[in-house]
Design a protein around this ligand. Structure first.
Ligand SMILES: [Zn+2]
Length: 329
């Protein structure tokens, strides 16, 4: 069933980036039960026993919408219900459907010391519960054009919120813009001892092309101490695109087969190296090959290839082998 895998994928993102781990229920007495609902809904926080969350097949099956309902169960309110919301949004009461004003209340929340987040999966969209098409119910201030209500997936602050509430000791971030860059902690100064950090790159459609611009990680046999490892997906169970890599070797480049990529960085107790700097962009075609042999074709081959395409293929060989044709595009 497709819904089951969408739900699993959405919850996997939470499990990867926070210390909240979703596992299949076996004999637990308190657990969450996802039911096919008439609406998308959830209790706030733990109720105890079999606790339902309602999801609608064609209503709230986006990754961020599933996470939204599950976040309520984890104890999170709507972002625009925060105690400090009036500094960030204006509620247009006159445009709200009759009887729905209760959805726009404010809570005396403490907000975990984290800033207001327009890009939270817990934020309503501008037109939610509007009585007149085109008339917004929520307007960001002072800049009314700031997007609100995304349901692509957890924002960086959504992850920080979960990690703070559940006292997780996690170093993880989300990169959700179409392109961007990131680097090891303290870069270009040496990175800290015993760190383990994750970056989840998630873009809309397309594929992710990741390039390292600087790379200096302490060498060790099999790169077992300090390393970078890259996965094509949102968990450490996703296919490995770049296995443990260290030293000052050639700068790696990787193309993910999909629109999510997970970058893992680890260091041991003795650090003398400066770390890495990487940037990513979106590409419409290409891929990463890790098998010992393979075939690459242009898009649509043997038909005509499309206009205006830049494709990247990365060929990486198993340790101990050399790639014959190297990296080209
Ligand atoms: Zn909600």
């Amino acid at each position: 069933m497709a819904e089951r895998s969408w739900i699993a994928d959405a919850l996997q993102e939470v499990s990867t980036l926070t210390c909240v781990k979703f596992v299949n229920r076996t004999t637990e007495t308190d657990y969450v039960y996802v039911e096919r609902g008439q609406s998308c809904w959830s209790y706030f926080g733990k109720i105890g026993g079999r606790q339902a969350v309602g999801l609608v097949k064609n209503g709230c099956m986006d990754k961020g919408a599933i996470q939204h309902e599950m976040n309520h169960a984890l104890g999170f309110i709507h972002e625009q219900a925060r105690s400090d919301r009036d500094k960030f949004v204006k509620i247009m009461w006159e445009h709200i459907m009759t009887g729905e004003q209760g959805n726009f209340g404010k809570v005396n929340s403490k907000n975990l010391g984290l800033p207001y987040d327009y890009s939270s999966v817990m934020h309503y969209g501008a037109y939610d519960f509007s009585r007149t098409p085109g008339k917004p119910t929520i307007v960001p201030v002072p800049n009314p054009s700031v997007p609100i209500g995304q349901r692509e997936g957890l924002s960086n602050l959504d992850v920080a919120k979960i990690n703070r509430l559940y006292k997780c000791n996690c170093c993880s971030s989300v990169l959700a813009k179409t392109k961007g860059s990131f680097f090891s902690v303290n870069y270009p100064s040496p990175y800290p001892n015993n760190s383990n950090c994750l970056w989840l790159i998630r873009i809309r459609r397309n594929k992710i092309f990741l390039q390292f611009e600087a790379f200096d990680l302490q060498s060790s046999p099999d790169c077992s101490s300090d390393y970078i490892k890259v996965y094509g997906g949102n968990s450490k169970n996703s296919p490995v695109l770049l296995d443990k890599y260290c030293g000052q070797g050639p700068l790696p480049s990787i193309v993910a087969s999909g629109s999510t990529m997970l970058v893992e960085f680890a260091s041991d107790e003795t650090v003398t190296a400066t770390g890495f700097k990487a940037s990513y962009n979106r590409v419409s075609c290409g891929g990463t090959f890790t098998d010992s042999r393979g075939v690459i074709t242009s898009p649509n081959y043997p038909n005509k290839y499309p206009k205006n395409r830049a494709c990247f293929w990365v060929i990486s060989s198993p340790v101990g082998y050399k790639v014959k044709n190297g990296f080209f595009h």
